[in-house]
Ligand binder design. Structure first.
Ligand SMILES: Cc1ncc(COP(=O)(O)O)c(C=O)c1O
Length: 354
């Protein structure tokens, strides 16, 4: 790819690979349109910007997510409204969403956490009843399916990330997927400074430079072709991890709802201090001493220094528990079965209660 690109000089964001990548990725997700952009954060911002949010408009999202989801709302000057996760699958609690809808609610942002789909049918029915837009944060959910339908095709639009640690990557990169022609047209326009068609350097909206480069799109094209292979590898690794962690007291392995195809972007586990015999942080230390790198789960949005004044007094016990007890194990598609064996042996042998 790079030889062709460099020889043709099309390395900026104007080359043909952008359109090809958009078309191929949209096809993989099962939507009519794909709008490539600089990263997953701006994919969410751009999608929200197409809704024309104003100060005072409310956007509902889970407190248990990565900071980019709520920041995208903040960039629009809108008001973020939080809900907890449900305890079974660790995803946004739809019942709480219903309780938080007001006449100012303009959008809901379900986040498919760690590659497991949110229960979208009741959420879409609720949103439709109230005329509210649903923008999926599918940054972690490439290839994930809900009742057989791909994540990214379930709401009115979705934002994906192609950051280096994602299931498919362009180094940095993002994509909006949607079936809504008008939303797609507006997103393409806003992505590129909102240039107008009638006259160049003529701008009727505040746009952004959120473009992806042609070089990244060429990488993305090669990556989309491997999506199914990467997803299969992650699901196989998850099966292996889960089988080998069975019977260790106090370890909860990641759930998969009957209606879900979890792609295990991260293979996360919970540690019950009492039952396992030591807490999450001590277990991580044992793993680190064996050369195994792990990462703690997200810190909920209502606990973040930048947002806690806004959400003062609000408690979200499921998210707080996930934050306290959760961490993820090495999860790359390239992980070998021997490596999984080694990691799970360390967890088993470290358990004081076995
Ligand atoms: C749930 C979620 N949303 C949004 C993002 C932002 O994506 P990016 O890092 O490409 O800006 C991430 C990224 O890591 C994420 O996990």
């Amino acid at each position: 790819m790079s030889k062709v690109q460099i020889e043709t000089n099309w390395i900026s964001s104007a080359g043909s690979f952008i359109r090809e990548f958009e078309a191929k990725f949209a096809e993989a997700v099962g939507t009519r349109y794909g709008i490539a952009c600089a990263n997953g954060t701006v994919a969410m911002h751009l999608a929200l910007a197409t809704l024309g949010l104003e100060p005072g408009d409310e956007v509902i999202l889970p407190t248990f997510t990565m900071i980019a989801t709520i920041n995208a709302v903040t960039y629009c000057g809108a008001t973020p409204v939080l809900v907890d996760s449900e305890p079974e699958y660790w995803q946004m609690d739809i019942n709480q969403v219903a309780d938080k809808i007001t006449p100012r609610t303009r959008a809901i942002l379900p986040v498919h956490i760690y590659g497991h789909p949110v229960d979208m049918d009741p959420l879409m029915a609720l949103a439709e009843r109230h005329g509210i837009a649903v923008i999926e944060d599918a940054a972690e959910a490439h290839g994930a399916r809900y009742k057989g339908r791909p994540c990214g095709s379930l709401g009115h639009a979705a934002g994906f990330s192609f950051y280096g640690n994602k299931i498919i990557t362009t180094g940095e990169g993002g994509m909006i997927t949607t079936n809504d022609r008008e939303l797609a047209r507006l997103a393409w326009n806003l992505r590129d400074h909102a240039f107008s068609t009638e006259r160049h350097f003529w701008h009727k909206f505040v746009g952004f430079n959120y473009r992806m480069t042609n070089l990244q799109a060429a990488v993305g094209l090669a990556q989309v072709e491997q999506l199914a292979t990467f997803v299969e590898a992650r699901r196989r690794n998850a099966r292996e991890y889960t089988a080998r962690l069975q019977g260790i007291p106090g370890i909860t392995t990641p759930p998969e709802a009957p209606w879900a195809t979890n792609v295990y972007w991260m293979y996360g586990i919970l540690v019950d201090r009492e039952a396992y015999g030591m807490g999450r942080d001590e277990l991580r230390k044992v793993l680190a001493d064996h050369g195994i790198e792990t990462r703690t789960f997200f810190i909920p949005m209502h606990c973040q220094p930048i947002y806690w004044q806004r959400f003062k007094g609000q408690r979200y016990p499921v998210a707080e528990r996930l934050c306290r007890d959760g961490f993820y194990l090495p999860s790359a598609s390239s992980l070998s079965l021997q490596e999984i064996e080694y990691i799970t042996d360390v967890i088993r042998e470290a358990c004081p209660n076995l």
